[in-house]
Design a protein around this ligand. Structure first.
Ligand code: TPP
Ligand code: SF4
Ligand code: MG
Length: 363
């Protein structure tokens, strides 16, 4: 006898106020406070650094997913800091996987639950199955196993928490480390003054273009309701879903610990991390158009990892941001186009204030 696999549908939260994320006078903080579940399947008591972006992401994601959830965590900060011997902050089942196996482990869980429910060995309904892998795991060492799981369309949500470095082993560069981001493997110096020379890998686009039957989305810890709704949409989607979430790492990026959520907004408002959703039914991208467009310096100046940048490096970053604005269908204001010129940054630096160029500090 075969039993039916019953799948759940999680209701979405109201997103009213999300677009008001402009300034305090227009209620920038209002959208923090919708009616959220009381429960915290990622409870207090973990050992991440103060202000850790991935920890904030874990909390919102598991709040959105709820108690009927099983989680996999490949090696990285969010494995190590959350699984000290005989101690865990999870109130849901959680398993560690090797760094390369987040995708294969999670597809095994999904196939296993499906088979057990069909055979009547698990009462169901089908639980929320998700993996949260770091960028080193999801965009580099473990990308093959996640791509395989997406391609085979296992019913699970594959999340990359992106702190733009291999944090747990001492802040080494990863494929998503931004251009000019200083890490211990991309130090700045006379030979390579910008630190990292390459632009970041466009992970979410790769996943959407390469697996067009999957729900794929990007978000940041600056937009908690968006993050929770995309978590729920990914879980509600029958089949594989991928979520790429920008999560600042205060230890690796060197910023004030209270600024994690602010960075999650500024990176979007500076055009450096487009927030979008790919709908597999429509085969179309839907872009979030932030109500504010800032120069990249508003973002870079907050972080020590960019403190060595010279005028030409900042200008290169602005070129990338301006191309991102165009790619998501937004006009590039003249003031931002002017900032593609390195001389403009040098003038701003000398005559007004832009950002402290080449302060010589970093990770
Ligand atoms: C195959 C393999 N190579 C290297 C390591 C060492 N290692 C442990 S954690 C880690 C960093 C992982 O980076 P990321 O996935 O971005 O997670 P984060 O530490 O940034 O949270 C590395 C390289 C490992 N565990 N397994
Ligand atoms: S090093 Fe970064 S990612 Fe790791 S626990 Fe600290 S803030 Fe979080
Ligand atoms: Mg990382």
């Amino acid at each position: 006898m075969t039993f039916e696999v019953v799948r759940q549908q999680l209701p979405l939260f109201s997103e009213d106020g999300r677009a008001a994320a402009t300034d305090d006078s227009r209620g920038r903080d209002l959208h923090y406070l919708p009616d959220l579940p009381e429960e915290d399947p990622y409870a207090a008591g973990h050992r991440t650094c103060a202000g850790c972006g991935p920890a904030i992401q874990y909390r919102w994601v598991l709040k959105a997913a709820g108690q009927d959830t099983v989680v996999a965590g490949p090696t990285g900060c969010m494995y190590v800091a959350n699984s000290t011997y005989l101690c865990t902050p999870y109130t849901v089942p959680w398993a560690h996987t090797p760094i390369a196996s987040g995708g294969s482990f999670t597809s095994g869980m999904a196939a296993g639950y499906e088979a057990m429910i069909r055979k009547g060995r698990y009462p169901g309904p089908y639980p929320n199955i998700l993996v949260m892998a770091g960028d080193g795991s999801a965009s580099d060492i473990g990308i093959g196993s996640i791509s395989g799981a997406l391609y085979r369309n296992h019913d699970a949500l594959f999340i990359c928490y992106d702190n733009e470095c291999y944090a747990n082993t001492g802040i080494q560069t990863s494929p998503t480390t931004p251009y000019a981001g200083m890490t211990t493997f991309t130090p700045f110096g006379k030979a390579i003054p910008e630190g990292k020379k390459l632009p970041p890998k466009n992970l979410a686009r790769m996943m959407a273009e390469g697996h067009p039957h999957c729900y794929v989305a990007t978000t940041t810890v600056g937009y908690p309701v968006d993050l929770m709704n995309k978590t729920r949409k990914g879980l509600n989607h029958v089949g594989a879903a991928f979520l790429h979430c920008y999560t600042p790492c205060q230890k690796g990026w060197v910023y004030q610990t209270s600024m994690t959520v602010e960075l999650g907004r500024r990176v979007v408002e500076a055009g450096l991390f487009p927030v979008w959703e790919y709908d597999p039914q429509e085969r179309a991208y839907h872009y979030f158009h932030p109500p504010v467009q800032r120069p990249v310096t508003d973002y870079l100046a907050m972080q020590g990892r960019f403190g060595h940048m010279l005028a030409e490096h900042v200008a290169t970053m602005q070129v990338g941001a301006n191309r991102n604005w165009e790619a998501i269908g937004m006009d590039v204001p003249k003031a931002l186009r002017d900032l593609e010129d390195p001389a403009r940054h040098q003038r701003l630096h000398d005559e007004e204030y832009s950002m402290p160029l080449n302060r010589g500090v970093g990770a």
